[in-house]
Design a protein around this ligand. Sequence first.
Ligand code: AMP
Length: 214
Amino acid sequence: MTPDRPDPDPTPDTPSDSDSDLRWICVFCGSSAGEDPRYLDAATKLGRSLAARGMGLVYGGSQLGLMGRLADSVLNAGGKVVGVLPEPLLPREVAHRSLTKLVITESMYERKAEMARLADGFIAAPGGLGTIEEFLEVLTWAQLGMHRKPCGILNTNGFYDPLSAVFDHGMREGFIQHVHRKMILIESEPDPLLDRMSAYQPPKVPRWIEVGET
Ligand code: AMP
């Protein structure tokens, strides 16, 4: 962990020797709650699982939708939450007022770079275009060898089955390499997903470019 990163003090009941490499998880998820209450329930469950493992949450900083529910859940379970919000979005996304830390960036680009810098792994939970865009970007960064952090999809209620089918289709049609498809960890429940992320061994991917070159 770099010194300027926030330190998520493990909660007292957290085993300190588990999941030690994944201290901060960045979760991309909807600023809306979705139609089915199972999406909100899953955000609650994911938050509890993160806190129980002593993992801090890095997320978009909003109190809206699944984002707000996830942050509340981590905080209520005694965990740490860092929100990263771009200034231009402050009026629209409504900053969460009880976070461990709120980072305000000048732009959306800086927000994404800061979230990626702070996190040891990434999860896409159900969400809209913002969620999908943010996750695909960190995934393509992994493909380019710019980071070696695990990228997981929380497939609540089969929400990401169509996207997963696109990945498989892309592989069959020769556009996505098998080694890159295998980087995408997909589970329908938080604990199996976090287990797989903790055990993740990144493939040897050549480093084509550096983060500053994107
Ligand atoms: P959504 O999934 O569309 O509800 O958005 C979830 C989060 O993604 C929100 O915090 C949005 O600010 C963010 N977001 C929306 N559009 C983008 C974008 N083009 N790039 C990065 N983040 C975005």
